[in-house]
Design a protein around this ligand. Structure first.
Ligand code: PAF
Length: 289
């Protein structure tokens, strides 16, 4: 156990609102970092940035059932509350909002209820293999923002589609919060940090680096045009067995739609693959010349 004081854990919406009211009355600004828990260095980068943005940090830890599909094992999602609280305590986080499913969804997570639709983009890429996932994400994020009313909220570049959709929701619904984007934290060999990396055995961990290798290759070819970007990624991916590619695609940063042939301009290269039973995603921002 860490020697630092752990954050105060708030389990109810009413309790969270009281804390927010108290902090606001004292004139303090608030930054929220929403998480599913199982915290790693990538999350801690959010928390560190949040300290620069606001007086008070709130980290939410909630394994949101509405963003898990029927075929995804919600029960197997890693829950490491003790370790998470130690890590957040070391970084001086004062508050963790950790509601139960009943507290967040009093009528049950699947009862007919008001939800936010992620629309067409929400059904593409990650949404294609995880139907309803982004509706669940946006709905819980809207609830967390409504409960904590922060001035700032942090989201990671690692989940590029989630980031795009949250940004659009904030704009479309005029939610008064400033979105702060946190760069992806990577292992030394390039693998993006993810709570799912812990499911990889040694050989899968070795193979998983191909995602970032392919993205780097794509980015290095960006000056030579779109065809070169795609060829470079395909070339890198051919070398790796044990990795089942779901998609590699280049999207327009503004619209998140796949770019047309001959596209030049700002873009994101997205990749998703299954390594053993573990699905991994990564992305890289590039300028196609
Ligand atoms: O990215 C995540 O960890 C989750 O999708 C989020 C934003 C905490 C919503 O449950």
């Amino acid at each position: 156990m860490s020697s630092h004081p752990r954050p105060q854990v708030i389990e109810t919406v009413a309790g969270m609102r009281d804390v927010v009211a108290h902090e606001r009355a004292a004139g303090r600004s608030i930054a929220l970092t929403p998480t599913l828990g199982a915290l790693h260095q990538g999350h801690l980068a959010h928390v560190e940035r949040a300290a620069e943005l606001a007086d008070v940090r709130i980290v939410s830890i909630f394994v949101n059932p509405t963003q898990f599909g029927a075929d995804e094992d919600l029960d197997k999602y890693p829950r490491t509350m003790d370790a998470d609280l130690d890590l957040l305590g070391e970084l001086g986080v004062p508050y963790v909002f950790a509601p139960s499913v009943e507290e967040m969804y009093p009528k049950g997570p699947s009862a007919p209820t008001t939800t936010i639709s992620a629309g067409q983009i929400g059904a593409m890429f990650e949404g294609k293999s995880r139907a309803g996932h982004f509706d669940g994400v946006l709905t819980v994020v809207a609830k967390l923002l409504a409960i904590t009313t922060p001035q700032f909220v942090t989201f990671g570049q690692k989940d590029a589609q989630q980031l795009f959709l949250v940004r659009r929701m904030i704009t479309d619904l005029n939610i008064p919060v400033q979105l702060e984007i946190i760069e992806t934290v990577r292992e030394e060999d390039g693998l993006a940090l993810s709570s799912r990396n812990q499911f990889l055995d040694a050989s899968q961990r070795h193979a998983a680096v191909i995602l970032s290798t392919a993205l780097k290759a794509a980015s290095s070819a960006a000056d030579s045009g779109l065809d070169a970007v795609i060829a470079a990624a395909q070339g890198a991916l051919m070398g790796e067995s044990g990795v089942e590619l779901d998609y590699f695609t280049i999207v327009d940063t503004e619209t998140f739609m796949p770019v047309p042939d001959g596209y030049r301009g700002p873009a994101s290269a997205l990749i998703a693959a299954r390594v053993g039973d573990t699905r991994l995603i990564d992305n890289w921002t590039l300028y196609v010349g």
